[in-house]
Design a protein around this ligand. Structure first.
Ligand code: F6R
Length: 242
């Protein structure tokens, strides 16, 4: 795992954008794996700037997102489809047809998981997968206890994850109880992985990740099994590492 230590959130975001743009400049037909949440917002702002100021084009780029809440339509303001359209896709020259996110409203969740996993393999695997990390070490919505062999599946969200994501909803009870997520195996198939971690509330998780012990109880630790992972971590998130 390559470690890049930066001062703060802003530096993490601009460094990450630099790496994403390098990927696009090297291959303008790249497949990008994308994440939602607070962490990649600064990265996405930088990527939007890259289109306007550095002439970066997403015309031939395909994207696959990690996850989506079960039960939310893409038009729901808390769905990850809505988030991606608002925070990134609506501001860059990407063809929306080339952007993929699980369908939270699909009638059969099993069929949707199968469809999505097949799609990742059909257009992908991602050349570069962006990941954030939960305080309990989750990646995507792969909570502690997820098997390394997992592919796209429906999960019951951990109470700590629902609490943490409640900040985006008007009421904690509105946070969906389930989500569709790429599995650990799906994520590890990506050619390259870029993990972004910022802030004091992630310091314990960074310490645990960097201890290097691979365990189902801390899903991000499976990233040690991949040979092209870069972790960009800011000062606060790194503050508990000896
Ligand atoms: C989001 C995702 C999650 C988040 C993680 C961290 O698509 O898959 O694993 O990356 O929950 O969330 P933030 O960035 O809000 O701290």
């Amino acid at each position: 795992m390559k470690l890049i230590r930066v001062e703060n959130y802003e530096e993490m975001s601009s460094k990450a954008a630099e790496l994403v743009e390098q990927q696009i400049l090297g291959n303008d037909h790249s497949v990008l794996g994308l994440a939602t949440g607070s962490t990649p917002l600064g990265l996405y702002e930088n990527l939007i700037q890259g289109v306007k100021e550095r002439g970066i084009s997403y015309r031939n780029i395909h994207t696959v997102n990690l996850d989506e809440y079960r039960g939310l339509a893409g038009t729901h303001p808390n769905s990850y489809r809505y988030f991606m359209n608002k925070k990134l896709f609506g501001h860059i020259d990407i063809d929306l047809e080339n952007t993929h996110i699980p369908d939270g409203k699909a009638k059969s969740v099993e069929a949707e998981c199968e469809r999505y996993e097949a799609l990742i393999h059909e257009i992908g695997p991602p050349d570069l997968q962006i990941l954030g990390m939960g305080m309990n070490g989750h990646i995507g919505f792969n909570e502690p206890g997820t098997k390394e062999e997992s592919v796209t599946h429906c999960v019951s969200l951990d109470p700590s994850t629902r609490n943490s994501n409640a900040r985006f909803f008007s009421d904690r009870d509105e946070v969906p109880t389930h989500a569709i997520t790429m599995g650990i195996e799906s994520i590890l198939k990506s050619k390259q992985i870029l993990v972004l971690v910022s802030g004091k509330n992630k310091a314990q998780a960074v310490k645990r990740l960097l201890a290097g012990r691979v365990s189902e109880e801390f899903p991000a630790s499976f990233l040690w099994k991949h040979n092209r992972v870069t972790l960009i971590v800011d000062k606060e998130a790194y503050s508990l590492v000896a």
